[in-house]
Every structure is written in structure tokens, then in C-alpha cells.
Design a protein around this ligand. Sequence first.
Ligand code: ARG
Length: 479
Amino acid sequence: MSNDNSDKPDNAAGSDANDQSANEMWGGRFATSPDALMEAINASIGFDQRLWRQDIAGSRAHATMLGTQGIVSADDVTAILKGLDAIEARIETGDFKFSAALEDIHMNIEAHLKDLIGDAAGRLHTARSRNDQVATDFRLYVRDALEGLDAALLGFQHALLVKAESHAATVMPGFTHLQTAQPVTFGHHCLAYVEMASRDRGRFSDARKRLNESPLGAAALAGTSFPIDRDATAKSLGFDGPTRNSLDSVSARDFALETLSAAAICATHMSRLAEEIVIWASAPFSFISLSDAFSTGSSIMPQKRNPDAAELCRAKAGRIIGALSTLLVVMKGLPLAYSKDMQEDKEPVFDALESLSLVIAAMTGMVGDLVVNEDAMRDAAAGGFSTATDLADWLVRAGGLPFREAHHVTGSIVALAENKGCGLEGLSLEEMQSVDKRITKEVFSVLSVEASVASRTSFGGTAPTEVAKQVAWWQNQLS
Ligand code: ARG
């Protein structure tokens, strides 16, 4: 996590290796405090303090349920809830001192609660363990992140739709192998990313569905002998219901893996568009210009405008894919149920999801701001004999040739044009007829790039009429 060093907890309280006092939270069996190294490797507060909102929400739900079930007295529950309110207010205002000696967010909050309300605080952890607590907090965090990503992707789709609508008829070269293949429209190209983003949203929504079960009440691993109501805590935290197996509840991290998998795929889509933006904005292409907001200058070459934001979006994909492998490798050898290895689940997830949301925001901004150079796109589309397929199709349609033969004839005509140093439209009818007599002057109606894209009216094709239809369909779908 890039900014973790900045939120390093206060190391002072009880963290000195010479401090002989037993640990406040689990000191019953231990005579001395962990030494500084142990604390350094063990503490997660530097990063899991991000979970404070979720931790407090989980504690509120748990405390309320303990009260309703008569496990903890109403007075103690009231005191606990008031204390949690006070802690929330302190963390919000930056008034809360996180301590590495208290290891993680769960123990930091509980210790602080004890300072505020005294012994009643100790009743909050009845019928609960940090194992089900962290599993709950983490699911809530990932759920929030998934909702944020969905909203961000919707904004990205809208930005693309605006461009697709105004450039439904803007011709550009379509590539395969990054070689000019056939003319397409820029609007059509934008819509390709709308489709990808839609599938990304589908994957995130699937992940959210499977994630949305509450592990709270699984306790350490085996459940609890207290008469808890897991349906109640699940409901109050917005889960669809409780998880059905206590061992699985504290061991499962596939909700994070699934989210990271979807995030890695989404980041890959963002990276591909970023790569295209880098190419399009390069001087030899000059298909688009990026706004100042998303470009930087060079400190030595005054003429340069670098697409840094796009390059960084491309690179962040590496980081997000890396997070997925990190967590897969952390989890792959772990026996049931909880192992402390699982504390290493959080940083890759925090980093990946925060990076992805930054990437989507930046890509949305770049798409919204980019200015299309229609002439450069059209000129490039007309190069590379991009309407050769249209010629072959015409030979099939008008001349009745089998496609294979038409392909061969077209190849010879392309060679002719190449020798002459002109495009297909630059050849005379006589020159074409020297290759095949069946060619008539009607052939010229299919050789322009505009005619080419206009003819591609098959469903999902690149014709401006078809692109306009798809834009309208998406606008309706996303409204
Ligand atoms: N900080 C821990 C984590 O993130 C909380 C759970 C600790 N559980 C335990 N049995 N030591 O995984």
C-alpha cells in the first residue's frame, strides 16, 4: 500500500521491548510483552485501520443482538453503543490514537471502549472472536468497494456513450495485428469498451451476491454456546443471511479472490484502452489529443505532451493482477480454519481496489476530455487498401464469383494499386478490368471508406446507423 507508511500507528504504548508488562488484551497466559520485532510482524493496525467503520458497524450489530437475546444487560449494551458512537466521532475527526501494541483495528477499538466505559466493554466480545469479526469487517469493506466500482464503471460507460454518439459516423481504421484491416467508426470502437465495462459490472455484481452472507457469530471457528441470533446480526448489517458453516465462515476468502479476479479483468480492459489512447495520441497517429489535465510536458523536449495518466493506468493493471496472485498464493496452502497468514489478505485487496477506482476515474476523465482528429482518422482509414474486402464482397454480389476467387482477384488488384502507388479508388476501370473483365464501373460505389462502413449494417456491425441504434439501446439500458 503506497500510503501505508504515512498512517503508521503510534508505536509508543507498551511497544518497548523492555516493557515487562503483560499484553493488555490476551495477557492472561503471558508474562512479558512481545518484543519489538514480534510487534512489527504481528501488528496490522497500520493498514487494517481502514476497516474502522465496518468494525464499529459489526460491533453495534453484535452488541444490540446480545442485548435482545438477554446475553448482555440492557444497561451494558447502552453503554457499549454510546462508547462506540464516541469512538466513531473520534476516528472521524482524527482524534483517535491507533496503537501498534494493540495489534489491529479490533483490539484498538475494544481497548478504547474500555477506557471510555470501563468493564462493560469486556462484554462486547461475548460469543464473538476476532476471526468472525475480521471476516465480517472485510466482507463489508469489499462490498462497499464493489458498490463504488459499479458506480464508477457506470460513469465510464456514460463518458464513452457521449463520444460514441457524437462519433457514430467518424471513420477510423479498424485493426487486426495492428495492421489496417477494415474501416470502422470511432463510435463503434467506443461501444466496444461499453460492452466490456458492462461485463465487468456483471462480474462485480456476481461477486457481491456470493459475498453477501454474514460470518458473524461463527466465533473462533466452531460457533458458540451462547443463544445468539445470527439472522438478526446478518439483517442489521445488510447481509442476505448468515453463512451456514462456522469453519468456512472464518476460513473463506474466496469473496476477496473473486473480487480481485474481476478487478484484474476490469483493470486489463482499462489497460487496453489506455494503450490505445497512448497510440492514438502519438504524433505519427495523431488520432486524438488529450486534455492538459491528463497530459504532462517533458522537462527537456518542449514539443512533447506525454500521456502519463494513460500510461499509469496501463501499469496499474500489473499491480492489480499482482494482488490477485498474492492472495491466491497466501491462501493456497492454508488448512481450516483461521491462520494468521490470512492477515496478509488485506493489503493487496485495499491496494488493488483503491488503484482500480483511481484508474476508472482517470480513464473516465480522459475519455470525456479527448478531442478526436477526424481528418487524421479518416486519412489513416483510407490507407492500407482497407476497402479490399468491400471489393471482394462486391465481386461476389455483382459478379457472382465464389468468395475464394473474389479474394484472389482482389489480391491481384491490390498488387496493381501498390505498384502504381495509389489506393484502390485511384485505379481506372480499365486497369481493374485487366485483372478481371467482369468488373464494371459500379465497383467504385463500394471503394470509399464511408461506403464501406455504411454497408456494415449487420447486427452489432460498424455502420453509423447500427452504432446509433446501439447507442440508443445503451442509453436506455443505463438510464
Ligand atoms: N488482525 C487479524 C487478521 O486480520 C484479526 C484476526 C486475528 N485472529 C487471531 N486468531 N489471531 O487476520
